[in-house]
Design a binder for this molecule. Sequence first.
Ligand code: ADP
Length: 371
Amino acid sequence: MSEISSRVIEALSRVIDPELRRPITELGMVGDIAETSSEISVAIKLTVSHCPAAEQIENNVRVALETEFKEHVTVKMQVMTVDELNSLKAKLRGSSEPKSNPFTVGSATRVFLFGSGKGGVGKSTITANVAVELASQGYEVGLIDADIFGFSIPGQLGLTAKPTRLDDMILPPVIHGVKVISIGMFLPSNEPVAWRGPMLHKAIEQFLTDVYWGPLDFLLIDMPPGTGDVAISIGQLLPTAKSIVITTPQLSAALVAERSGSAGLKTGQEIFGVVENSSYLIQSDGTKFEIYGAGGGAEVARSLSERTGTTIPLLGQIPISSALSAASDAGMPLVLSNTADPSSVAIKALAKAISEDKLPLTSRTLNVKLS
Ligand code: ADP
């Protein structure tokens, strides 16, 4: 390899593919490198012709090369051949084996299911903010929006990009450092459908096997509200998953949430804890006004503890905050835009509790971030 080519490769090793999150030099995306006395020309091979990240990759390549070289630089954008794409897919999967679910027993990814008894309790808001917070702490995070009745995660994160398809492999769009797949991205119109459990099971299974997640520290799943076969089938696909039950302070809501939490127990799924949302409003004099009553979260934790014979903690109480809902509506998670808001502080504490959870012993040695 010529000295110029080595310098090109070295410079381009700092260009990260935004979807695959690996250097383009490792992904076989650097093609022919040609040099004359006054010009360097480099071919960049995209995975697909309509790659949504094409412009970003081209700009980053240009900046990397112009920083390194004084000569004029020409960047030619090309597309991989079928063989090149196949070898990239095999490399990403770690083998030429067909697809498989990477999150079975022994996986180094910690999987959390965010569930609630009914809709509208803030489950998606909390899941989205926890995901972004974990990513901002440096963890690799994947998020599946499986809430078929209200797939709101892309909107809450300000995500408009669609997944890229490499034949049968799906690359999730990345936003605020989180890889996101939403069931809404695969529906012809953005309207909820009357999906039955088995269809949802199939969709989730495909999200686990067909999506290129790469090595993840955390996979969070925003579950559809309610009890039933969905929780059970997800339990089969994700045997190490732990559930987080979201409820509100009303005791009636707590009763429904408790039933939803206990649904997962049938498949032996562990309950990580309970989160109470919209617990109180902080008034201008600093006092807490419990608009919706009190005790729902504690009651769910108590009754789930009784059922399981283990201590299920109340992980946190998140105050009512207009800033939280405004941030979600604007597509900019509050944990990034307003770290001082009390609801932001409470969600960050929840993310910390999640990040400090340990994997089962069988998987632990694989995860470098665990102490
Ligand atoms: P779910 O996923 O349980 O259906 P969402 O996360 O979509 O619920 O939240 C429902 C609505 O409540 C959204 O408009 C959201 O912004 C708002 N919301 C959630 N939590 C809070 C909170 N702590 N304070 C104020 N508004 C909230």
